[in-house]
Design a protein around this ligand. Structure first.
Ligand SMILES: *[C@@H]1O[C@H](CO)[C@@H](O)[C@H](O)[C@H]1NC(C)=O
Ligand SMILES: *[C@@H]1O[C@H](CO)[C@@H](O)[C@H](O)[C@H]1NC(C)=O
Ligand SMILES: *[C@@H]1O[C@H](CO)[C@@H](O)[C@H](O)[C@H]1NC(C)=O
Length: 415
């Protein structure tokens, strides 16, 4: 800990021109310094960088950062120290996903839900009980779930740090998907919802996302709109637009294919960057507040439906006669998925299979969906059938004989 702090102080001070001892870190200083004082030898891990020996180069805690410094990462089971008096200088730290156990002073795997899920998967894998399309959970360096989960041959979808599926899905195209799907926007909205929104009465609107969970390229703060980086959400140094004068289509990053509500670029100023769902929400909130001012009992109205991170009402819509249908991001009905009120199928409707099949429109291995757009619990592919969960993830081994599957029921075809 102490060491990290020291490095931090150094990275603040040492990179400025003058360090705390008043030496000017001018060109040539280091050449002299190294000649006179020499550099301590660095840990070998950074130069080896193989499976067992890794480390990262950091600015050295020496005057003007003249020397190189390697911080080694210890492997599982290696000796480590937690710092503090009497434990000596920390020369490295436990690698990704590991932590220093204060009892045994060795690097151990961090305890986390994701690591536990990995261990469970590994144990089943050893016994030959995992399916061909099952994926070992991927955890990040802190032991949290990776930003997204991929179902082989189907789609990838965003998940929270706890492995909960959240907004954002795209076709699984292997490496391309890994590079382009970051779910930063979706995860930020999820965090806002779970932290800020619990303390306030009305839903808080987070940054606008695209359907894959990345940031929408256009974000507005008040009446000023900016182009942002779709992965980090950071504002780019480009033209901005004032909605009182120009529509968002004047921004260089405007993409008509990503504009779900293109009617807003038409007409005369003032322009807007909103969605029917946000407008509906705003109107409801105003109604509630006005009602309160006039002394009405507004308990009855106080639920304000939340909008999706892409500003839409969601992928399930109620029709005028009370049935529910599955819709795409533009609100268009998907095939004839539907559920009648007062049925089990209506209550459980999630439209997840309908959404996946839209993304897989050009695939010949589309999943089989129930009438209400949910995944059928048994999916078959190339002569093998498997049980899946509500997100289409395989559970357990596949079989050529459906009746041997754990989730089998005689009526499996009618769900
Ligand atoms: C990594 O390099 C070290 C030192 O050269 C060597 O002892 C070790 O066996 C290597 N590990 C692997 C997995 O190649
Ligand atoms: C933008 O919203 C304002 C207030 O709701 C409205 O008066 C105006 O007509 C809208 N602009 C366009 C171009 O639709
Ligand atoms: C309700 O409306 C949908 C179309 O929006 C239609 O397909 C369905 O048959 C209707 N259901 C009833 C019970 O009228």
């Amino acid at each position: 800990m102490e060491f990290v702090k020291l490095l931090f102080v150094c990275s603040v001070l040492c990179f400025s021109q003058i360090n705390s001892s008043g030496i000017l870190c001018e060109e040539g200083f280091c050449r002299n310094y190294i000649f006179k004082e020499g550099c301590p030898s660095t840990a070998q891990e950074c130069t080896i960088n193989n499976e067992t020996h890794t480390g990262i180069w950091l600015p050295s805690p020496t005057t003007c950062n003249c020397c190189e410094y390697c911080l080694p990462f210890y492997g599982k089971g290696a000796h480590c120290t937690t710092g503090g008096p009497g434990t000596g200088v920390t020369v490295g730290r436990c690698g990704y996903g590991l932590t220093c156990d204060p009892e045994s002073l060795t690097c151990v795997r961090k305890k986390s839900k994701c690591h536990t899920a990995q261990d469970e998967y590994d144990a089943r894998h050893l016994k030959g009980e995992t399916g061909a399309l099952e994926q070992r959970p991927i955890c990040d360096g802190k032991g949290k779930y990776a930003a997204f989960h991929c179902v082989p041959a189907h789609t990838c979808f965003c998940q929270s740090e706890d492995g909960e599926r959240i907004f954002g899905e795209r076709l699984n195209q292997g490496a391309t998907t890994m590079q382009n799907m970051h779910c930063g926007c979706s995860r930020l909205n999820h965090k806002i919802k779970n932290s800020i929104s619990t303390g306030v009465r009305f839903p808080v609107i987070g940054p606008r996302c695209t359907s894959d969970g990345n940031f929408h390229r256009i974000q507005c703060i008040g009446r000023i709109c900016y182009c942002v980086h779709r992965i980090t959400g950071a504002i780019r140094e480009e033209k901005t637009v004032n909605l009182d004068e120009e529509p968002i289509s004047e921004l260089p990053c405007y993409d008509p294919n990503l504009d779900l509500f293109p009617n807003q670029i038409e007409g005369k100023p003032p322009f807007n960057y909103t969605t029917p769902c946000y407008e509906n929400m705003k109107a409801k909130i105003e109604l509630i507040l006005r009602g309160e001012e006039e002394g009405f009992n507004v308990e009855f109205f106080t639920s304000v439906a939340e909008c999706m991170p892409d500003g839409t009402f969601g992928r399930i819509q109620e029709t005028r006669n009370g049935t529910k249908i599955c819709v795409d991001e533009r609100g268009q009905k998907i095939e004839d998925y539907e559920a009648e009120p007062n049925t089990e199928s209506f209550k459980n409707m999630d439209c997840k299979c309908a959404q996946t099949s839209v993304l897989m429109a050009f695939s010949n291995e589309k999943p089989i969906c129930c009438k209400n757009g949910n995944f059928r619990k048994i999916q078959c592919r190339r002569g093998q059938c498997r049980c899946v969960d509500s997100d289409g993830r395989q559970i357990g081994r596949e079989s050529a004989d459906v009746s041997t599957l754990n989730c089998y029921t005689p009526d499996w075809k009618q769900c």
